[in-house]
Design a binder for this molecule. Structure first.
Ligand SMILES: Nc1ncnc2c1ncn2[C@@H]1O[C@H](COP(=O)(O)OP(=O)(O)OP(=O)(O)O)[C@@H](O)[C@H]1O
Ligand SMILES: [Mg+2]
Length: 308
């Protein structure tokens, strides 16, 4: 991370008919970022990504990738880019490898061995000879990422990469993205409507709502990554509250569903559990509580947080 801007977006606007879908947004993505583009359904994420990739003309504004303007110098701008916008599509009757070969053939200088490399990076080597029609959603998503990686991109755009996947599938894709960012030195631009996803894999976040940016910053400063929220189910809530009051690493305690909701320093939950049990407080379960995007929006608004 050396502060170099891989992507620069300035004053982007787009309307469809009378509706302002993207209403004057700007931000920079630095080399090495795993950049979260967070917003609820209909916020304008996909439209923004389409404009960034030259798939839709903006009404106003500019995008540069690796220093090249996407409108004026498309081929240079797109050269170092890999992308999946919305759901990746494949020929179902061809195998995973054959599908990649179709694309690889469009890049005359790409050696055949690159297909094996990208299949390996996304963990699909064992299934590459099977028809894509037999793949699970998570495997299709992996194959989509493999395809996006074929031309050795320095920056990869993924539009809601875990959409529609079950929790295990989500976990695997997220781990894969983190690993690729680290090992392959790839900058990621990832759209999502899941706050939790941003917390898990992104270092930066920009939040879009109704076509406008409402907050941006590092994930740490914006999402308070120093603390975490856990839900404790206990029949002894009153006693637990007494014990937890005044404990240094406990930031706040409030009554929750069937127990307590506790905000504490990240990584101290085992200690918390031990403390309660040592005081003979029965704990049915203690689980991390994922804040919803809606709750987070309310807190941001209440805090008077605004993006200039
Ligand atoms: N080609 C189009 N013509 C008309 N309206 C469009 C078009 N593309 C997008 N929209 C509208 O623009 C708004 C933003 O859509 P967009 O797909 O960019 O949002 P999104 O943040 O990606 O949402 P989601 O999380 O549902 O994918 C929506 O109200 C959508 O209906
Ligand atoms: Mg979308």
């Amino acid at each position: 991370m050396n502060g170099e801007h891989v992507i620069e977006v300035k004053s982007l606007r787009k309307s469809f008919g009378p509706t302002k879908v993207v209403d004057g947004i700007g931000f920079n993505v630095e080399k090495g970022d795993v950049f979260g583009f967070l917003g609820p359904n209909g916020a304008g994420k996909t439209t923004t990504m389409r404009m960034m990739l030259g798939l839709v003309y903006p009404d106003e504004g500019s995008v540069t990738i690796n220093g090249y303007n996407i409108a004026k110098d498309f081929l240079n701008a797109i050269r170092g880019v890999g992308a999946i916008v919305e759901t990746p599509r494949f020929y179902p009757y061809l195998t995973g490898r054959q599908n990649l070969l179709q694309i690889a053939n469009l890049h005359p200088r790409l050696p055949g061995s690159r297909i094996d490399e990208v299949l390996d990076m996304v963990g699909l080597t064992g299934r590459a000879a099977n028809r894509v029609g037999t793949y699970s959603l998570g495997m299709k998503q992996r194959l989509g990422i493999a395809r996006a990686l074929l031309n050795h991109p320095s920056v990869v755009f993924l539009d809601e990469p875990t959409n529609g996947l079950d929790p295990q599938g989500m976990k695997e894709i997220r781990e894969m993205i983190s690993q690729l960012a680290l090992e392959q030195d790839i900058t990621f631009f990832i759209s999502t409507h899941l706050l939790h996803e941003v917390e898990q894999i992104c270092n930066k976040v920009t939040i879009l709502n109704k076509g406008r940016l409402i907050a941006r910053g590092t994930v740490k400063e914006l999402l308070g990554k120093d603390n975490e929220l856990v839900e404790i189910s206990t029949p002894d809530a009153g006693k637990a509250l007494e014990i937890l009051t005044g404990i240094g690493y406990v930031k706040s305690v409030k009554p929750g569903l069937g127990g307590l909701e506790v905000e504490l320093e990240r990584g101290r939950s085992a200690e918390l559990n031990g403390l309660l049990v040592s005081h003979s407080v029965m704990v049915n379960y203690l689980v991390p509580k994922n804040q919803s995007l809606e709750q987070f929006f309310i807190e941001l608004t209440e805090g008077g947080h605004q993006v200039a």
